[in-house]
Ligand binder design. Structure first.
Ligand code: PMV
Length: 320
């Protein structure tokens, strides 16, 4: 019988500790109310064909891949799908549809949500349940296809949801809420891999200084958790430390300075070098902030819900 699985999982915001988390330090991360949806349909048993048909709704791109006759070199997300199809020793024809309201390549965890949903679909198809630990471990392997050796923070928050204190050896849910947290998309393209490589170079060349910065970032994270009332100063401090690590750019510095002049604390979220910033906007509206930054070519400003549910099964692909 034809089987259909539909899942969704959320994007994320790193509140503090990005980059330091790659070096085993603690980071604070929260899931956000932007989700990726994936539908998997396995065709009837008797239709044994090793075909995967993939349709990306947001970009209108589709692929039909014959696993018995692989010819082209495929985009990385298609390579990830083939890896998981083979991992689960699938034999039947599979149709995958993907749609997402997480912007791609801006530091909001779109690739992790894709990885988690992909593994989630195949896992449920094979085992008829969600095992978060197993799905998360395998989603990390998919993330490695995308990013080399990530810390695992993105796939972990997308799988488990809520808010987490995360390190390579710790995964602790916490009750953490920020009101008036705005996501400012600078519209500047960024590459996580490039920024992580840049930091690695810095760490190798400036070991003592880098060690101090990474340590200070972790102190920021711990203080955010213990003293949320100090969050404004801690955003500024964490941003300065990210700048010291070399992941800010002049355009971001300018935006952050304008916001600071108006008593709005902001910082990079994710890899930096472009992508998104997060800002504690107090009583400012979206239009007021857009007005402050009218010279800075901001792509968008969004207020999002934080601490949402992780990977879950859905009834309908187009319901939300
Ligand atoms: O891909 P981004 O922009 O969400 O960055 C991920 C966070 C980093 O700490 C920079 C990398 C990692 O693997 O944790």
């Amino acid at each position: 019988m034809k089987k259909t699985i539909i899942v969704s999982s959320p994007g994320k915001l790193i509140i503090g500790g990005e980059h330091a988390v790659v070096y085993g330090r603690r980071a604070l991360v929260t899931s956000i109310g932007m989700r990726l949806y994936m539908q998997l349909i396995e065709e009837e048993e008797d239709k044994k064909k090793k075909m995967i048909n993939i349709s990306f709704h947001d970009t209108n791109k589709s692929y039909s891949i014959d696993l018995l006759n692989l010819t082209d070199s495929y985009p990385i997300e298609i390579q990830a799908i083939i890896f998981i199809y083979n991992y689960f020793k699938s034999n039947n024809e599979i149709n995958l549809q993907i749609r997402s309201n997480i912007p791609i390549g801006t530091g909001l965890g779109s690739s992790a949500a894709f990885s988690v949903c992909l593994v989630g679909c195949f896992y449920i198809l094979n085992f008829k349940k969600i095992d978060q630990d197993e799905i998360n471990q395998l989603a990390y392997q998919v993330e490695c296809i995308f990013h080399g050796t990530p810390s695992g923070i993105d796939n972990t928050i997308s799988t488990y949801g809520q808010s987490l204190v995360y390190s390579r050896t710790l995964k602790k849910h916490i009750n953490f809420h920020l009101s008036n947290l705005a996501i400012i998309d600078t519209g500047i393209p960024k590459s996580t891999k490039r920024m992580v490589d840049l930091v690695r170079l810095f760490v190798e060349k400036n070991q003592i200084k880098a060690e101090q910065i990474l340590h200070d970032i972790e102190i920021c994270v711990d203080t955010m958790i213990e003293h949320p009332e100090e969050i404004n100063q801690l955003f500024q401090r964490n941003q300065q430390l990210l700048k010291d690590l070399g992941v800010s750019i002049i355009e971001i510095d300018n935006i952050i300075q304008i916001l600071a002049d108006n008593n709005i604390s902001a910082k990079i979220t994710g890899a930096g070098g472009g992508g998104c910033l997060i800002a504690l906007t107090s009583s400012f509206t979206k239009n007021q902030i857009l007005d402050l930054l009218k010279e800075n070519h901001i792509k968008s400003i969004e207020f999002v819900e934080c601490g949402v549910e992780g990977l879950r099964e859905e009834q309908n692909f187009f319901s939300n």
